[in-house]
Design a protein around this ligand. Structure first.
Ligand SMILES: Nc1ncnc2c1ncn2[C@@H]1O[C@H](COP(=O)(O)OP(=O)(O)OP(=O)(O)O)[C@@H](O)[C@H]1O
Ligand code: SF4
Ligand SMILES: [Mg+2]
Length: 367
């Protein structure tokens, strides 16, 4: 399996410029972000569409939840934002500057230090052989060259304290196996915090944790936003936990953004049948930490050489003819609320999009 090359046809028309962000520029913004993978051998024409045409933004001090079943493209979005993958098309603007323009090692390191990742399995980022101080000190050495040894130790204690690993000096001396799963996940956040992040990409940070300790890590994310002003992309398949921590939500299905909006609004009045299905599988969406819903609602299809039409149509209880012919685009459903469904009915008084009926893939509306 190989990445497909960056396709010029999928690049946005707007030229990425701006070194100084305009006043209204969000912290991070994507335009038509797309990632395809070439499957099979050299002569294979099988192209898997992991993410298609995703346009969204993340503001300062904001937690944006990215929700969807296994294989919907959530981690691919995070890896694109982390510059682990190169996009097949589209752009990522960080503070108004296209990350595609970051070439020097120094610029890429600076971006990665401001947009670090925290993984589902804490062991992906914590080396089990070393004391937990190792990863934090390594990040400080790499990204904070202005600090001397004593300052680095002080800083390590500060970030351990910030994530609730106290007494910090004692905790820093522990080995990962001496910690609980929740504590190890906090070490992952401490490593991210050590590099002065503006946006943490948290890919399913609680899904491997015991239900009883999930709330603690979710609270930590809220605390990091409120106290330190860090923004977080919170990736999860658990729509109920999104309500607990997030300001806004994006629901993804089979590589498309299918519904977006303020989390309370989307969960109270879900417009897309897929969001409705996810919510119907949650016993009580007001519960902060519910059990995974994926098993009960199935999985999105692998999207290989997809035809035009709604990708949810084979599972949709209200599909109409148009669904197999035209890919629905995100359209307004209420204040700041959008859904990509031909049949969904907007809240009364919702303005129609300026250009109606244009054949644009789902995900094109900016959120
Ligand atoms: N490197 C790769 N090569 C080929 N296909 C890939 C690669 N990475 C991801 N995919 C495919 O892209 C699609 C989206 O994968 P992704 O990991 O982004 O989904 P996800 O929403 O994070 O799922 P999960 O909840 O299981 O983590 C899947 O069909 C996956 O198999
Ligand atoms: S566009 Fe059609 S198939 Fe897709 S969610 Fe809406 S009604 Fe269902
Ligand atoms: Mg994933």
């Amino acid at each position: 399996m190989t990445d497909t090359k960056r396709d010029p046809a999928l690049l946005p028309a707007t030229a990425p410029t701006a070194t100084e962000p305009p006043a209204d520029e969000p912290l991070l913004r994507t335009v038509g972000l797309t990632k395809h993978f070439h499957l099979g051998g050299l002569f294979s024409r099988q192209i898997l569409h992991a993410v298609d045409d995703a346009s969204f933004s993340i503001g300062e001090r904001e937690i944006l939840a990215l929700v969807g079943e296994s294989g919907s493209g959530k981690s691919t979005v995070a890896r694109l934002l982390a510059m682990v993958y190169r996009p097949t098309g589209g752009e990522i603007y960080y503070r108004g500057r296209s990350v595609h323009d970051l070439h020097s090692r120094k610029d890429v390191l600076a971006y990665r230090s401001q947009v670090p990742m925290v993984f589902q399995d804490p062991y992906s980022s914590i080396n089990p052989v070393f004391r937990v101080s190792h990863g934090v000190m390594r990040n400080l050495k790499l990204h904070r060259r202005d600090l001397n040894g004593a300052q680095r130790r002080e800083e390590a204690e500060r970030v351990f304290q910030a994530v609730g690993l106290t007494p910090a000096r004692e905790m820093l001396r522990k080995y990962p196996y001496e910690m609980s799963g929740g504590q190890r996940q906090r070490v992952g956040f401490a490593q991210a915090l050590a590099v002065n992040p503006k946006l943490i990409l948290a890919d399913e940070p609680v899904s491997m944790l015991d239900v009883s300790i999930r709330a603690g890590v979710l609270n930590l994310m809220v605390d990091l936003r409120d106290r330190l002003g860090v923004s977080i992309l919170y990736i999860t398949h658990d729509i109920a936990s999104a309500r607990y921590v997030a300001d806004r939500i994006i629901v993804m299905y089979a590589g498309h953004m299918v519904e977006t909006g303020p989390v309370e609004e989307v969960l109270a009045r879900p417009k897309h049948p897929y969001t409705q299905l996810l919510l119907s599988a949650v016993p009580d969406p007001r519960e902060p930490v519910s059990v995974s819903t994926s098993a009960s609602v199935g999985e999105p299809p692998k999207v290989v050489n997809p035809a035009e039409g709604c990708r949810f149509r084979l599972r949709c209880p209200i599909a109409v003819d148009e669904c197999s012919r035209v890919t629905p685009r995100l359209r307004p459903m209420g204040p700041a609320h959008t859904a990509a469904c031909h049949v969904a009915v907007p809240e009364p008084g919702t303005a129609e999009p300026a250009v109606a009926g244009a054949p644009i893939a789902a995900g094109s509306a900016h959120t």
